[in-house]
Every structure is written in structure tokens, then in C-alpha cells.
Design a protein around this ligand. Sequence first.
Ligand SMILES: Nc1ncnc2c1ncn2[C@@H]1O[C@H](COP(=O)(O)O)[C@@H](OP(=O)(O)O)[C@H]1O
Ligand SMILES: [Mg+2]
Length: 254
Amino acid sequence: MTQTSDQNDAELARSVALAAGAVLRGLCVAGACPDAELGDRGDKDANTLIQRLLRAARPEDFILSEEAADDGARCAASRVWVVDPLDGTREFRERRDDWAVHIGLAIDGVPVTGAVALPAQNLVFASNDRPDVLPPAPLRPRMVVSRSRAHPIVLRVAEAIGAELVPMGSAGAKAMAVVRGNAEIYLHAGGQYEWDNCAPVAVALAAGLHASRIDGATLVYNCRDPLLPDVLICRPEYAAQVLAAVAETIPVVG
Ligand SMILES: Nc1ncnc2c1ncn2[C@@H]1O[C@H](COP(=O)(O)O)[C@@H](OP(=O)(O)O)[C@H]1O
Ligand SMILES: [Mg+2]
């Protein structure tokens, strides 16, 4: 793939996410990779390609990747690409379709640009997409949650607001379910890292959705410690209700 220096950041993010997605899909072709090696090969091969493409297109920028060593030099930089080469490794290994490639760009800690590819669903979302006009929200909101480790806070909030639980793998796939109008709320607590949510949050904010920590605080990226353990992405009309339910739930759950 050729990159041109005048390609804007969102288009670069989209093209890199698509290229990594193609590599990952290639690994899923029958006979291409033994089941036992699929997750590790996916993480590694996608990361190698993403590093090469971003470094070629934006040599001055820094990269924080789930799959690369971090010496902390990025902390003094303004422009940092925050990437998860394969989000939903567990689901990829199971040959499901809920896994994603995340290419986010934080400028001075703000998730300004990003792309999320869902290669097994032939979909890609970027922060320069024209936002979809979403259908009216159903009376009972649908809340996408981790299919393998939904935190007690999340389950209690769903119960408190009467939401229907929709278990799904991958932070990117869940966030894009809200962007697409297949769900109204994505709530996560209990652990995540900047690469899990930077690109999904950039795309969601650009689409006009609410995105914050679950105490309502602003999400800040390129922190020295990349742990960013919780996130709320939802249609704006649900934000106040969900944040209030979280505030009531946290003392109960501890
Ligand atoms: N409690 C936790 N601690 C650390 N990471 C977590 C986590 N819960 C979810 N994640 C990460 O968030 C991503 C989405 O998880 P889930 O599908 O369970 O919601 C996964 O990323 P990876 O697949 O890139 O590791 C997963 O590892
Ligand atoms: Mg991840």
C-alpha cells in the first residue's frame, strides 16, 4: 500500500486499519494458520504492518501499541498513535466475527482521530465518516457488554436502567455497535488499556455520541500508565441516566 504525505490523519487511520484487517483475514483462511497459533500470529503480524505503515507515513509521530514495547518517550510528544492491532484476540482465535483493528490518534491527550475496522464483517468506521442518522432508540435500551468478563458494576447498571444485555467480544466491535445503531449503550468497567478504547472513542465522539469515564470524567490518552480501566460510550440521551446509575451502583459493588 502506498501512503501519500498529504493523506489526512483519518484517511491514514482508515487505510492502515483496512490493511491490517486484510492480513488478519488472510490468517483466518482455511489452512493458513494452525488454531493454536492464530491469536499470537494475528497480534504480531498486524502489529508489524501497522508499525511499518504509520512510521512510513508519519515519521515524526510516536506510537503506543498493545503489541510493542513502550519506553515512555511518547509521553513528551504531542501526536501519538494509540493502536490495538487485534482487539478481541479471544474472539479472533475462536474464528468469530467480533474482533477489530484500532488505529487512534491522540493529540495532546485528546482522541481526535481514529478508525476501527471490523474485518470479518467487512466494515470500517473512521472519524471523518458522515455520521449515520440513527433510528429512534427502542423503549428498552440495548447495552453491549463483554461476553467473557462483564463487571458486576455493568450488570447492576443494566438492571437499574432496565437495559437488555447484548454480550459481544472486542471493545471496538461493541463501540461500533452503538455507532451503527445496533445498540444504545456500551459500558465497561474493571480493566482496559488506552489501546482498547482510544480509536473507538475517537470514532464515537466524531459520530456525535457521548464518551467518558464511568464517573463522567474526560478520557485522556497518552498517559505514562496506559491503564484506562473503564469507559461509557452511548447515545447522548442515555448519558445522564447511565452515569447516575453508575454513581449509585459503585458504593454497592465496592
Ligand atoms: N478486566 C480487564 N482487564 C484488562 N483488559 C481488559 C479487561 N476487560 C477487557 N479487557 C480488554 O478489552 C478488550 C475487549 O474485551 P471484551 O471483549 O472482554 O470487552 C480486550 O482486548 P484484547 O483482545 O486486545 O486483549 C480485553 O483484553
Ligand atoms: Mg484490545
